[in-house]
Ligand binder design. Structure first.
Ligand SMILES: Nc1ncnc2c1ncn2[C@@H]1O[C@H](COP(=O)(O)OP(=O)(O)O)[C@@H](O)[C@H]1O
Ligand SMILES: [Mg+2]
Length: 389
């Protein structure tokens, strides 16, 4: 998807780190690496092809900090990733003050480098069609997360002639996506997790289950205990990588706010939070929204969606909006027949009941979450990018 190429200029960087940077950039189809010593540093000011710089800084050696400062005025459009021997607050602060946008510890770790490159490349416009990540979450099971995640994925795939969608089953203990789509995946998210930093785009596809209609499924683990080995950062990496490679990445989240769920919600550009118009569902929704506010998720990112609208409930839609003091972004009608038929036949609702109201409501929801967000999306939690660990 990245059509533009650009060069990374890397200063005084050990061979191992240099190779890693080259590999990560190649995975992102992003041109080559130019390695310069301090003596050659000035070449960066005349090298127009360079789009980002990696500059090492050390206590007691001002060359790195001085260079970052010079780049801030000489090449203001070029983001700088500073690297240092340790993550001491003082070093990080100096890097930030000088003008660096990221700080990474040497030797570089692909777990940190990959996402940092993604963020930096995005700021310089090297992704011509940035992917979008949509997380579907409800604090309680049974409200329709899997139904909505699965069908939203197909609705998004239909929004463009060649939109490609990744559908991730993050319910690591007994996910239902494979049941809803009647698939027997050869690989699961644990296979992807083990290899995420070495797979190129084509290899990554072989670890997903290709469903017709341009939807690729990243399946839940085969054994429940495998899922417990998936850490938050690992999950964040997978979702960021899929978001980079696909036009849309839809994630069916676990119903607990553990570190995996938070990693997905942080990464997501849009969150679909489901509720019913029943008191228990609304109470847990309120708690979820309070937490999202504490995490500084922008209001635009959070979409309250009432599922099974029209079934018997305790509140009306306007009661709910009053209680929450925010609008409901969408409603999905109660349609037992279409949802059960689709799941039983392992097909999306749009294929089983294309003329149903729920099918068109899902299409509308796809358009709602697809809209260009004003927040920039992705990795916007309180956890600062500098003090992430
Ligand atoms: N809009 C709807 N109308 C009728 N039934 C629905 C609707 N959405 C979901 N369901 C049903 O509700 C049940 C729970 O849905 P599911 O997607 O498995 O929820 P979750 O993943 O949140 O546990 C399923 O039986 C599903 O068919
Ligand atoms: Mg489910």
């Amino acid at each position: 998807m990245s059509e533009l190429k650009g060069r990374a200029v890397v200063f005084e960087t050990p061979t191992g780190d240099l190779e890693l940077i080259s590999k990560e950039l190649a995975q992102r189809d992003c041109g080559d690496v130019l390695s310069l010593s301090w003596a050659e540093a000035n070449k960066v000011f005349s090298n127009g092809a360079s789009v980002l710089a990696v500059v090492p800084i050390h206590e007691g050696d001002e060359r790195g900090i001085n260079l970052i400062e010079k780049l801030r005025t000489g090449r203001p459009e070029m983001p700088v990733i500073a690297t240092g021997p340790s993550q001491t607050p003082d070093l990080i602060l100096r890097a930030v003050r000088a003008g660096a946008v990221e700080f990474l510890v040497q030797p570089l770790d692909p777990v940190d480098l990959g996402p940092a490159l993604d963020r930096v490349l995005q700021t310089v416009g090297l992704r011509t069609r940035p992917g979008r990540c949509i997380a579907v979450y409800s604090a309680k099971g049974g409200l329709g997360s899997t139904t909505v995640a699965v069908n939203l994925a197909f609705a998004l795939a239909r929004t463009g002639a060649d939109a490609r969608v990744a559908l991730v089953d993050m319910v690591v203990q007994g996910g239902d996506v494979r049941i809803f789509l009647d698939i027997r995946p050869a690989h699961t998210i644990t296979d992807v997790a083990e290899r995420i930093h070495s797979l190129d785009r084509h290899e990554l596809l072989t670890f997903l289950h290709a469903y017709p209609n341009r939807v690729w499924v990243c399946a839940d683990p085969n054994m429940p205990d495998e899922g417990e080995m998936l850490s938050g950062p690992r999950v964040g990496n997978i979702v960021q990588r899929l978001t980079h490679d696909f036009d849309y990445t839809v994630v069916d989240c676990e119903h607990t706010l553990n570190e995996r769920t938070l990693a997905v919600l942080d990464t997501a550009h849009q969150i679909v939070v489901l509720t019913h118009l029943t008191l228990p569902a609304v109470r847990s929704l309120q708690r979820t929204l309070d937490l999202f506010a504490r995490l500084d998720y922008p209001a635009d990112k959070v979409n309250v969606v009432v599922n099974r609208y029209g079934s018997k409930g305790d509140l009306t839609l306007s009661d709910l909006e009053k209680v929450l003091d925010r609008p409901v972004r969408a409603t999905l009608p109660n349609d037992y027949r279409a949802t059960i038929d689709a799941a039983a036949r392992g097909q999306p609702i749009q294929r089983i009941a294309p003329k149903s109201k729920i099918a068109s409501a899902l299409d509308e929801l796809a358009h709602t979450v697809q809209g260009v967000d004003k927040t920039g999306g992705g990795s916007n939690s309180k956890r600062s990018r500098f003090f992430r660990r």
